[in-house]
Design a protein around this ligand. Structure first.
Ligand code: NAI
Length: 385
């Protein structure tokens, strides 16, 4: 099997998400970590990159230097992950796509809908892959939920309830801590805080499992800590392209909740419940029967779930392994292009630039609706109306 070259921008020492990307990309032996511009401080980035094993000439001081350096090489990176703070995603992703690289961008892909549309158009025009890291869609049983919905086990999907609520910003005495404060400041965070940070994961998961898009929504947004300009809690009602009714709650002041990402899907013939803090069990209630527990790794799951599972049943598989499934999909997508063949359809599940754009349209719609006392607003990106 051909091993692909991988590079990362951001994700420096002590960052939250860098380790999960390094673990995820390296897990299946599909990518070699060969280049990086890991930190906003050039020397710290160079030093950390070399301590992680990068060659001195590929442990770059910043992303522009890396772009120039990699473009000039025959063994340039096949995939670049952008894991920097949100406001930089657009500029970096755009530059790498235009230079001919495939990109995996952290969420949110951009800060505005216009930027999102631009990225989608650039990806289309260049033919490069632009993926967005809705990494929780990589969990084996999330993929199994999608497969169950697609093959009709639940019948028509009537309702979806999504949550992503935690309590890590609930301490009013800590609200002025600079590491927390910027997230609620429109100058740095954009039009939304909690929904743009966490709510979009839950909304993406609803769309991924139902294989539908969100068409309109009504949002009740509040700042439970009054000094915050942007919301720390939101309740969003939405409607989907296939007629499904959606309910979403996201919060950062829900004391006692840790990560709090859960999805419930209710169809004509049964209901499903999955929670990221207990990712190896999927609860399935077929109409008129008893509750069943579907275990990750058990026999008879969908090909999508089997492909996304590594260790045997009963052993925990966690978040970096979900990210690894985005990387295995991307490896297959890149190799299929290089080899001029169709990709394995079971791997064709990685979130795209289009998903990043739909999320930004939802963020914009939540901000607009929240300001207008929950008025229903169109949540579709203009280019898809
Ligand atoms: P962080 O603040 O912990 O780390 C950011 C890293 O990027 C630092 O190492 C910093 O030095 C580096 N950096 C900043 N500007 C840079 C630049 N111009 N060039 C190179 N490096 C630069 O941030 P965190 O929490 O790791 O978040 C990064 C991104 O990942 C955010 O967009 C966030 O929304 C996303 N994220 C995604 C998650 C997911 O589940 N998909 C979970 C957590 C974060």
């Amino acid at each position: 099997m051909t091993k692909l070259n991988w590079g990362m921008i951001g994700g420096g020492e002590g960052s939250q998400i860098g380790p999960a990307h390094r673990l995820g990309s390296g897990l299946d032996g599909l990518f070699s970590f060969v280049a990086g511009a890991l930190d906003h401080r050039p020397e710290a980035g160079r030093d950390y990159g070399q301590r992680l094993g990068l060659a001195a000439d590929r442990s770059y001081g910043d992303w522009r230097e890396m772009l120039a350096g990699e473009k000039a090489r025959d063994d340039r990176v096949d995939l670049v992950t952008v894991a920097t703070p949100n406001a930089t995603h657009f500029e970096i992703t755009k530059a790498y796509l235009e230079a001919g690289f495939h990109v995996l961008c952290e969420k949110p892909m951009t800060m505005t809908v216009d930027e999102g549309e631009e990225i989608v158009k650039i990806a289309q025009a260049t033919g490069r892959i632009c993926a967005v890291n809705y990494g929780y869609s990589g969990y084996s049983l999330v993929r199994h939920m999608r497969a169950m919905v697609a093959r009709g086990d639940l019948g028509q999907i009537r309702l979806i309830k999504a949550e992503f609520s935690h309590g890590h910003h609930a301490d009013a005495a800590d609200a002025d801590n600079p590491r927390v404060r910027w997230r609620y400041d429109p100058a740095q965070a954009g039009v939304s805080a909690q929904f743009a940070d966490c709510g979009i994961h839950a909304l993406h998961m609803a769309g991924f499992v139902a294989n539908q898009t969100v068409t309109k929504l009504s949002a009740d947004t509040v700042s439970c800590i009054p000094s915050r300009v942007l919301e720390d809690d939101a309740m969003v009602n939405f409607r989907m392209s296939g007629g499904t009714v959606g309910r979403l709650w996201t919060s950062s002041v829900a004391i006692g909740r840790q990560h709090g990402l859960t999805l419930q899907v209710f169809g004509e013939k049964g209901g499903l419940r999955w929670s990221q803090e207990q990712p190896n069990q999927l609860f399935w209630m077929p109409l008129g029967q008893r509750l069943q527990v579907i275990e990750r790794g058990e026999a008879g799951l969908s090909p999508e779930a089997d492909r996304s599972s590594r260790v045997t049943i009963g052993h925990a598989e966690g978040m970096p392994l979900a990210f690894a499934n985005i990387y295995t999909d991307l490896s297959e997508a890149i190799l299929a292009r290089k080899q001029g063949r169709d990709m394995d359809p079971a791997a064709d599940l990685y979130p795209r630039a289009e998903d990043g754009l739909w999320s930004m349209a939802a963020v914009q719609a939540v901000a607009e609706s929240g300001k207008a006392d929950g008025k229903w607003v169109d949540a579709r990106p203009p280019m898809f109306r």
